[in-house]
Design a protein around this ligand. Structure first.
Ligand code: AMP
Ligand code: MN
Ligand code: MN
Ligand code: MN
Length: 280
């Protein structure tokens, strides 16, 4: 059976490894098919694809788009996208400039709590493209001793009601879906168990996602318990959606699953890669 991992991050967004290092890490762990899905950025795809060719890994162009839906932030993964499709490229560029503005707001909020220098501090952790996110602030807060690790930061900082929180407007769900599908890609709703939604709101979201052209639910991911994976496998079957598998790897020591090292899809799921014949 092929080892397929369709969700991970490089230094282009908030991962710790460069695209080349990430692919080398994947090869060492026996990954056969890999999608790089940086947050709101496709800048690592060319480098990762080149590295994957050398390692005989089938590479899938990916992205993880930040979206607002009602009061929630959602993440929509695009697989097999064309990164040059102008609406996608322009939409992502707009999200990235929003991130720069949000970073200033986060830093201003941290200033109010007596934590100074966080903007410059967070930027020391960003990659060459300069995309900034909460993970970069989290690494700065760990460096300064405010928490023992990145995961612990998110319990006390950078989230609603805590120091360093800044509300933000991302893309709309329909825009993100249009960019992904219009570029020839397939849309996957990432780590759905993470969203704080009532049963009925979750159902409405899944139906809206499907109506907008959504293809798959991410069933296996680091932030799902085995029970949650089964639950979303059933949602996918019920709604006629495909199922995806991704580690959401960010780097050694910062991730729950290593690349390719997570359970297989539960029985009865139709994998999002079921018709990638000839490609994998
Ligand atoms: P952003 O898109 O800038 O709001 O940052 C979101 C990123 O923060 C996620 O992709 C994770 O990498 C990280 N993150 C959010 N919540 C947590 C958490 N509880 N533990 C660890 N990392 C988290
Ligand atoms: Mn992340
Ligand atoms: Mn995510
Ligand atoms: Mn992710």
């Amino acid at each position: 059976m092929l080892n397929i991992d369709l969700h991970c991050h490089s230094t282009v967004s908030d991962g710790l490894l460069t695209p080349t290092q990430l692919v080398e890490h994947a090869a060492a762990r026996g990954v056969d098919v890999l999608a790089l899905t940086d947050h709101d950025d496709v800048g690592g795809l060319v480098e990762a694809r080149r590295a994957a060719e050398e390692k005989n890994i089938t590479f899938i162009n990916g992205v993880e788009i930040s979206v607002n839906w009602r009061s929630q932030t959602l993440h929509i993964v695009g697989l097999g996208i064309n990164p040059e499709y102008p609406p996608l490229a322009e939409g992502l560029a707009a999200i990235r400039s929003g991130r720069t503005e949000r970073a200033r707001n986060i830093a201003a909020q941290l200033d109010k709590s007596g934590i100074y220098g966080s903007l410059e501090g967070a930027y020391t952790y960003t990659g060459a493209g300069g995309l900034i996110g909460r993970t970069h602030f989290a690494r700065f807060l760990v460096e300064r001793g405010y928490a023992k690790d990145v995961k612990s930061v998110f319990k006390r900082y950078l989230v609603k009601g805590k120091p360093g929180y800044a509300p933000h407007q991302w893309a709309s769900l329909s825009d993100a879906m249009g960019w992904i599908c219009g570029s020839g890609g397939r849309a996957v709703i990432a780590h759905p168990a993470r969203y704080k939604l009532s049963k009925s709101a979750l159902d409405e979201l899944l139906l809206e996602f499907r109506d907008l052209g959504g293809s798959a639910i991410e069933v296996i991911t680091a932030s799902h318990t085995p029970e949650q994976s089964l639950l979303f496998a059933r949602h996918a079957q019920r709604l006629g959606l495909l199922a995806s598998r991704g580690s959401d790897f960010h780097g050694p020591g910062e991730s729950y699953f290593d690349l390719g090292r997570m359970p297989e899809l539960p029985a009865g799921c139709t994998p999002v890669w079921h018709d990638w014949n000839g490609m994998i």
